[in-house]
Design a protein around this ligand. Sequence first.
Ligand code: SAM
Length: 273
Amino acid sequence: MMPDVADDASYVIRSGVGALQRLELLAEICGPATDAFLERNGAERARRFLDVGCGIGAVANRMASAGVPHAVGIDINPEVVAGASDRARRAGSGATFQVAGLDDLGRGDLVDFDVVYVRCVLSHLPDPLPALRSLLAATRPGGLVLVEDVEVGATWSSPAEPALARHLDLYVAAARGIGARPDVGPDLAPGLRSLGATDVTVDVVQPVLRTPQALRIHARTMEAIAGPVLAQGLATTDEFDTLVARLDAWADEPGVVATLPRFVQVGGRRPTG
Ligand SMILES: C[S@@+](CC[C@H](N)C(=O)[O-])C[C@H]1O[C@@H](n2cnc3c(N)ncnc32)[C@H](O)[C@@H]1O
């Protein structure tokens, strides 16, 4: 069933309760690469860990269960935070969640974190620099900012699938149409360096989708971008419905392998001076 066009035409991926199922799947698929990124950077040794734009809260929960005493997730969307809090309560996690956004960082209790982490948030903004500045402001001097974000254009499948190619074109056009940056990944490290971060590291990972359940992330993402795609007149509702149906059917075909977008993983320290 097609989502309501009025959902949200100003944010490329619909957020809120209706999107939580998609965020669950995304967190599961991205989990291993994110865990390796956090482990490489010693995030589990943090006393204070912050996940910005935390979605379902999986990363803050994971840090809490690894023994981080103060693992916090923030998200600008109150429904998302309510979902993350419920999930944490059910799992007996010590992580805490609050409604707050990038603009709140560096003030009140959103300061002095040993590690500030963010995934798949900066690609929704027109410019990563103010966001990176805010992330550094929430970090203690010498603490780490860890950012993972996408290059949507680098997504591929084998064999090639026209419905996936059309979906990706629509995603990129819809995101650019609202001023977002679906290929922000390569700009993250230069951005952090330009703000004086030290010890900047860059890694690249690309999760591979091999099961029907994982491959359906593309159909669910197509549904989730209904608002901006239809509001900008990039596709008709008929084409939209046909694409979602085709992406679901394609996910069940034997032998299909596809990827998520390429992810650039960047780390940098807040200068001590
Ligand atoms: C694509 S989801 C990613 C969720 C999670 N980080 C993950 O990778 O699974 C983007 C999340 O960022 C949140 N968000 C968007 N703008 C934000 C802002 N300015 N400050 C904090 N959160 C924001 C949205 O509400 C949404 O939950």
